[in-house]
Design a protein. Structure first.
Length: 202
């Protein structure tokens, strides 16, 4: 009974998150540091990972940034990590990697889980679609996490993709437009000037 109540609660939470993501399409985004997004998402997934003895591996991104909504981006990456943790074998690792490809930043989450059958790959981003319904019930999955990821990617002018083979694990990649280095520097200088003005006024 408690497990069922927990699943219902998770479903309601994910539906609310999806509704917010679908309706929140701001015209002006703020610069968001990718390292901060990774740190927050990994912290949110840490408890579940620890319970299963799974290590979440992350690496610094050398200051990469994107323009967007930090809350949405953390939600998207957390959902990818949450899925990876749920479907990985106890004692294994989940790896978060970041690459800069031209004008794009690619955040990838890789696991060594059971992989996804090829027949399901085209549908996994649909609402409520589950590859393994029995395991979803065991882990409390709602079938909405990847739909949230897809909407966040769309909102930011990006895309999410998956590379997976049965028995070999999966890699989900969130591809987002990179923020030019000059824009990051300008934003940082502006923040510094603002802080200096505030200190002077005090």
């Amino acid at each position: 009974m408690l497990d069922e109540a927990h699943r219902v609660g998770n479903t309601i939470d994910d539906l609310l998150s999806l509704s917010r993501v679908e309706s929140d399409q701001a015209e002006e985004w703020e610069p968001v540091e990718v390292d901060a997004v990774i740190a927050e998402a990994a912290a949110r997934a840490a408890s579940a990972a620890e319970q299963r003895g799974i290590l979440i591996e992350t690496r610094p991104t050398d200051g990469l940034s994107v323009r967007g909504d930090a809350r949405q981006l953390v939600s998207a990456l957390f959902n990818l990590l949450d899925n990876a943790v749920k479907y990985s074998d106890p004692g294994s690792s989940v790896v978060v990697a970041v690459d800069r490809e031209g004008n794009w930043v690619e955040l990838s989450v890789s696991d060594s889980g059971p992989g996804i059958p090829s027949r399901d790959l085209d549908r996994i981003f649909e609402r409520f679609y589950r590859v393994d319904r029995a395991r979803s019930r065991e882990t409390g999955g709602t079938g909405l996490g990847l739909a949230i990821v897809r909407h966040v990617a769309n909102n930011h002018g990006g895309v999410v993709s998956v590379d997976s083979r049965e028995g070999e694990g999966s890699t989900f990649t969130l591809r987002l437009p990179a923020l030019p280095t000059s824009s990051v520097a300008l934003s940082t200088r502006a923040a510094g000037v603002g802080a200096e003005i505030e200190r002077t006024a005090i």
